[in-house]
Design a protein around this ligand. Structure first.
Ligand SMILES: Nc1nc2c(ncn2[C@@H]2O[C@H](COP(=O)(O)OP(=O)(O)O)[C@@H](O)[C@H]2O)c(=O)[nH]1
Ligand SMILES: [Mg+2]
Length: 310
């Protein structure tokens, strides 16, 4: 793969980084002591980046403790060290690096859920591209039968990704489209099947029934090792994203999260807040609208992109 076309992740996350780093620097610069007014300001900065109250409290508390103990470092160093350390802890405490394991020799199915507009279809396109680049045979099921233009949009993505698409001519039922796509994927020896769905959280009963049905169909055909459910969240949507994890967790077993649109926001701290709160692994992040703009989540890379102090 041509590495040049891969944009620098740290460049794409610069809005969040600037929101945190530059503002912390402005706050401490020229001040001799780390006093309460600085801590209050730090709290505001972290909250405004969507890091969340619970994690922000931990960071402030630890800065307070470090302030008393360590005398040979600048305020700026103390704050950045504590922020980095606390952010790192979230991922080591809560889950190990867990990437999609699709090395087995049978069909792997990825069901993609999320409310309207978060980036499901785009994510499916990018994932399909990613797996195609690694030589996998990829099929995409157009199981969003709700929106008229959904199939067309997905078709465009499948062409760009050089993947195949299963579009049903006659079915409006997501479960039957999925069922037919699984049959085709099994018959034709596909490695991966991505299932793009419609997100209709406003009708919970419907969503619940729909997902139950989808799960039954999938489980009939595949064993659980070969099946994962990704929930896509819009990284710019703040507390709504938190709410969506809560709601979808009630109706589906979410195995991983995809957090999109982190390129356009100064509130990328949401990744930490959600990881801390739900302990569901973030598997991918979306950092743009292009084919290559989805990255497997790497906690160290992400943290240094957000809090690098250069
Ligand atoms: N900037 C940016 N835009 C994104 C990203 N992911 C998706 N989008 C945009 O979000 C919009 C909605 O995406 P779509 O895939 O149709 O959402 P869906 O309704 O969940 O299927 C589109 O305009 C996408 O280009 C991302 O990582 N960054
Ligand atoms: Mg869609």
């Amino acid at each position: 793969m041509n590495m040049k076309i891969f944009s620098n992740i740290s460049e794409r996350l610069s809005k969040t980084r600037n929101n945190i780093i530059n503002r912390i620097k402005e706050t401490v610069s020229g001040k001799a002591a780390l006093d309460n007014s600085i801590l209050e300001r730090l709290e505001e900065i972290l909250i405004s980046a969507d890091i969340g109250y619970s994690l922000t409290d931990k960071i402030i508390e630890n800065v307070r403790i470090e302030m008393l103990n360590i005398r040979d470092r600048t305020n700026e160093e103390i704050i950045f060290d504590v922020v980095k350390k606390e952010l790192k802890k979230i991922f080591t405490n809560n889950f190990p690096a867990d990437q999609s394991n699709i090395n087995h020799n049978s069909l792997h199915l990825v069901l993609v859920l999320g409310v309207n507009g978060v980036g499901k279809t785009t994510t499916v396109g990018k994932l399909a591209y990613n797996f195609r680049q690694r030589g996998k045979k990829v099929l995409i099921a157009a199981s969003d039968t709700f929106r008229a233009a959904a199939g067309e949009q997905l078709d465009t993505w499948s062409t760009r990704a050089d993947a195949d698409i299963y579009l049903s001519d006659d079915s409006n039922d997501p479960s039957s489209v999925t069922f037919e796509a699984i049959e085709r994927a099994l018959n034709e020896n596909y490695d991966v099947l991505f299932v793009d769905t419609a997100g209709r959280l406003h009708n919970k009963k419907y969503l619940m029934d729909e997902l139950a049905k989808l799960n039954r169909i999938i489980q009939k055909k595949l064993n659980s090792d070969n099946f994962e459910t990704l929930l896509v969240l819009d990284g710019t949507s703040g507390q709504n994203a938190v709410f969506q994890v809560e709601e979808f967790s009630k109706v589906a077993k979410i195995s991983g999260l995809v957090i999109t649109k982190l390129d356009g926001t100064s509130k990328g701290g949401i990744v930490f807040q959600i990881s801390e709160k739900f302990k569901i692994p973030v598997k991918y992040i979306g950092i743009g609208e292009g084919l290559e703009d989805l990255r497997p989540f790497d906690k160290d890379e992400f943290i240094s992109a957000i809090v690098s102090n250069e």
